[in-house]
Ligand binder design. Sequence first.
Ligand code: SF4
Length: 182
Amino acid sequence: MTSNIFHQLSEIYMTMDREWEMTASQYGFRCKGCEDNCCKSLFFHHTFIEKAFLLHGFKQLPPNTQEEALSRAGTYYNKTFTGKTARSLKLICPLNQDGQCLAYDYRPMICRLHGLPHELHRPGAATFKGPGCHAGLFDKHKYIPFDRTPFYKKMAQVERLFRQQIRKTEKIKETVAQMLLF
Ligand code: SF4
């Protein structure tokens, strides 16, 4: 059951990776890592399916690598959160080790979509336009359409199915550190 839904999620991830790469190549943009590393952004993730998939990948790491990442996650969490309040300290994600994501194939949607200027169409609201990261110098280029909406919709569908399977109704809003710890 879980492997089928993980397969569906992987398909969505593959499509978004492919479209991200195509758009990035049209800009002539290649992410080489930078000071303003997106792995230092305070990202929150909102789906149980992505958490389960990330943990599935995490559990395949050698035990000592897992322990080190969990220790970094604890430090990250303690520094970032005071009660329920979070503040961005530009700390590196606990899954980033020496510039590499330890769970690259399992990383969440926002990690995959970050960087490119994009648009998002929300029912009953104005279209949201995101500027892209600083490293891409995208303000010097004409906007190349990159619409996140279909990805968000597909993610919502697969999340709905997964929630039915695991009988979850509450919301989730967690950093990668929280996903690893709790
Ligand atoms: S999960 Fe991986 S890609 Fe995402 S912020 Fe952490 S290290 Fe970076």
